[in-house]
Design a protein around this ligand. Structure first.
Ligand code: NDP
Length: 339
């Protein structure tokens, strides 16, 4: 087997030298009665929350990675050997697997069978998986956009952001997005059909940019980045605006988060600002309606989905570091192997 380990917890932006690919012997024979399942990893999801796990104590909501075990993450795989009656060889599964070629899953714990129904397997890590569900629940439960309202999304071309914008369009909102390159802005306008989009790196004054691109003010801000972007939004939010706080990626490499000015606007404008974790929604009615709604919208072409596929297990650390610098265009996955 080949598995990626973290040698030390990073300070600031992780360096590739902190990751090590180790080889080990792997037996495909499983003990009868163990209920264990051996899975070949096909696609590995790389996500910003993993930076929080690269700290000894974790991020406050996700446990720290062990330095003694392979790195883990959401992944799709195929069962190659099973001592578990719920899984047989050849089954496609979704679960928490290692950054490695094969993962032995004790008692098959946390594995879920998936039926791809002709869709790419990697979609179950993104639009039809964790990041799609994040967009769907955060926007519909907390953002609750109404027809004609202005919805603003940061990191708008990313895994979560691209789905948020298109869901908001389906609800009839006026949708504005920001992203960090001209290529991403083009994608927002031409592929995801955002009404307005801009490169925040070209804007010396974010508040002035929001005034320009959201002339009627912001009714829903889907927060992915935090920091100065949040401050600019508070200045441009309308009365009774809603802010689903999904993530604050601009803070993840900082040892101490930045303070936010302008929170007093929450009172003046009666803004609802609420953090959420996608894990809390797993058994909610929204999680039940999500797969059918989103597969339907994909089929009808109302949702377009863009992935950034990094080739080969070897590429995982570099791709992950790139994610924290905005190098990914769309949902980042690593293609580890074919089934
Ligand atoms: P993305 O696919 O959006 O990739 C991350 C993007 O963030 C980068 O491409 C870059 O885009 C942007 N970015 C990186 N660094 C910075 C920075 N310093 N300042 C501003 N933007 C930056 O990732 P996801 O869609 O997977 O995640 C988006 C957010 O959602 C993250 O904050 C993540 O933690 C959060 N999340 C929360 C979940 C929850 O349950 N609450 C679940 C899943 C995700 P650009 O070039 O546009 O700057």
């Amino acid at each position: 087997n080949k598995s990626w380990f973290l040698k030390e917890y990073p300070k600031g932006l992780p360096q590739e030298s902190l990751f090590e690919l180790r080889e080990s012997q792997l037996s495909t024979k499983l003990d009868e009665g163990s209920d264990d399942v051996l899975v070949k990893v096909l696609y590995l999801s790389l996500d910003p929350y993993m930076r929080g796990r690269m700290k000894a104590g974790g991020s406050g909501y996700a446990q720290g990675f062990s330095l003694a075990k392979p790195l883990v993450g959401g992944a799709v795989g195929v069962v190659v050997s099973s001592a578990n009656s719920k899984f047989k060889e050849g089954d496609f599964v979704l679960g928490s697997l290692g950054w490695e070629l094969f993962t032995l899953v004790p008692k098959g714990q946390g594995l879920r069978p998936i039926d791809p129904k002709g869709l790419p397997l990697s979609y179950f890590l993104g639009v039809l998986g964790m990041t799609g569900l994040t967009a769907y629940c955060g926007l519909f439960d907390i953002g609750d956009p109404k027809e004609g309202e202005t919805v603003y999304v940061s990191a708008a071309s990313g895994a979560v952001g691209q789905i948020v914008g298109q869901l908001a369009k389906i609800k009839g909102a006026h949708v504005v997005g920001s992203a960090g390159s001209a290529e991403k802005v083009e994608l927002l306008k031409n592929t995801f059909k955002y009404d307005e989009a801009f490169n925040y790196k070209d804007e010396p004054d974010l508040s002035a940019a929001l005034k320009k691109y959201c002339p009627k003010g912001i009714d829903v801000y889907f927060e992915n980045v935090g920091g100065s972007m949040l401050e600019a939004v508070l200045q441009n939010a309308n009365t009774h605006a809603r802010i689903p706080v999904c993530g604050m990626i601009s803070q993840y490499n900082l040892e101490e988060g930045e303070g936010i000015h302008g929170l007093i606007q929450l009172i003046a404008k009666r803004i609802k600002m609420q953090g959420f974790l996608v894990g809390d929604y797993m058994t909610s009615p929204l999680a039940k309606s999500f797969p059918d709604d989103v597969s339907k919208w994909l089929k009808e072409g109302k949702i377009k989905y863009v992935e950034d596929v990094s080739e080969g297990l070897e590429s995982a650390p570099q791709a992950f570091i790139g994610l924290l610098q905005g190098h990914n265009v769309g949902k980042l996955v690593v293609h580890v192997a074919d089934d």
